[in-house]
Structure formats: C-alpha cells, structure tokens
Design a protein around this ligand. Sequence first.
Ligand code: ADP
Ligand code: MG
Length: 305
Amino acid sequence: MTQSVAPRRVAYDTEEFAPSPADLPDVAAAVSRETPELPVPDATRVIVIANQKGGVGKTTTAVNLAAGLAAGGLSVLVIDLDPQGNASTALGVAHESGIAGTYEVLIDGAPIERHVQHSPEAANLWVLPATIDLAGAEIGLVDVPGRESRLLRAIERLTARHRIDYIFIDCPPSLGLLTLNALVAARELLVPIQCEYYALEGVSQLLRTIDMVKGTMNDRLRLSTIVLTMYDARTRLSAQVANEVRTHFAAETLPTAIPRSVRVSEAPSYGQTVITYHRASAGAQAYLAAAEELARRGSTAKGRR
Ligand code: ADP
Ligand code: MG
C-alpha cells in the first residue's frame, strides 16, 4: 500500500482511536477487480434497513453491504438516519455536531448532494452523515409540511439528476418520524435478524407498521430481504433461529448468514467497514457474498440490465 492512503484518516487525526499509518489496512483491495463486477439495477434501489430492536446489526449490515456493492463497482449512497451516527463513523466520514447532513435535508429541505461526503472506504461510496443534532429532528419535523415524505422528496430530486445504483437508509431503533420517512422513501425493506433468543420478537410489529405505511403512504414498499446476523455456528440456538426465520421468510432470507466475528465489531473503531479492515475475515467474506446475493436478486427480479 502506498502513502496515498494516509489522508483518508485525516478526519480522525485528533481523535484517540486514530490508527497510525502503519496500521492502515490495504484499502486498495476493496476497490480491486478481485470481486466480480456486480449487476447494475435498472433503476436506483432504495433500501431501508429497519428493525426497531437495537443492536441487531442494522448499521453493521448497512455499511458492509454498501461497501461490498461499491467494491463491486456500483455507486452507493448511505443515508445515516440515526442521530448516533454509527454508519457515518463506520464509513469514515466526519459527523461532529455542527456538520451538515441528514438534519439539514429533512428540516431545511437542503439538497442531498450539497451535504454528502465521499467515504474513503470505496471509490463510489457516499454518505449523508448524521450528527447528534438529528435527535431534534424527530420533534422538529412535527410542524414541517409533508413531514413523512421529506426524505422521499429529497431522494427523488437527487436521483432525477444523478445516477446512483443503491441507496441504503440506516434507521434508528424506533418507529418514529425518522424511520417513517425512510419507510415512505424506500421501495425495499431489509430487516436484519440477530440469531439470538427473541429474534422474531418485534418483527411482527414491524410488519404491521409496514402494512400501515403501504396502505396509506407508500404502496410500493415491500419486505424484500432478510439478513441473518451474528450467526454462531457453535450454538444450536443460532441454527434454530436461522431455521425458523428461513421457514417464515423463505423467499426473503439471503442464503448467506453473517457469522459473529470479532473483526466485524472492531472495524468501526477504526472508522472502517470490515471489508477494508480485514477483507480475508469470515465476516467480510460473508458480507461480500451477501452483497452479491442482494445485487443478483435485484437484477433477476428486474431482468438484465
Ligand atoms: P444496530 O444498528 O441494529 O443497533 P449494530 O450494527 O450497531 O446494530 O450492531 C450492534 C453491535 O453488534 C455492534 O457493537 C456491532 O459491532 C456488533 N455486531 C454486529 N454484527 C456483528 C457480527 N457479525 N459479529 C460481531 N459483532 C457484531
Ligand atoms: Mg444502528
């Protein structure tokens, strides 16, 4: 790896978890042509990643699928809709309080392209960052006209001018106005399900919310994809949960389950996805496989490009 990679961490120079240049991983691997070119969808696929349970792998799945698709040559935008800004962190973009991003788009009606940042994780990967200020948007939106469709309008304006293959919207763990904006803006819902006890708890509530949104605000929304996360091959429980999910959601569940992996959980503390942090790890390979499955499914549903 050459020194040209060093500036990619400039945003973290003053932060205590900044890796030294010697620790920087081989980012070139992420944009190499090792990964086969993935199929390009006919139109932008807008995918909301939601599950009102916290800690099930929403953000991890959003950033790693995004990085996997971008590594496969596709153009990808991640919209961080969680005031915690975990997706912004993992994708290596600045999101301190005061930095413009999702808040300005939702509340002020700013165009998305004005506030996106390029992620150092891949050539064609962009992020609309979230700061803690976004926590106020849940209340700030209440008095804004068309409050449920602010994100939809912003995405429509963006995609009318720019060719983007995938837009992932990473939701907070709640079913408030922020998540509602995402459900109204998206065509596809992707639900990560953690292979643990009570995995399906909350999924039925989420599905009822989807039905409500479909019936009133967004007819086009459909549950397209389920990703099994934190699968532990050593436990019978993981296998049981995975079987149960595959029985309930046979068509939607991706064949690849994401294994529980220390590399996956370490990557965000370096401001990275596992795809660049440790591409050879089981977690990175699983997310690359899942990204490819997602891309191929989308293209067979739509026909060849
Ligand atoms: P959510 O966005 O749903 O709250 P996260 O993606 O932040 O969930 O994941 C919750 C925690 O689990 C994080 O600390 C994350 O690093 C960890 N995690 C997620 N997926 C994995 C995995 N496959 N292996 C190990 N840890 C994981
Ligand atoms: Mg999250």
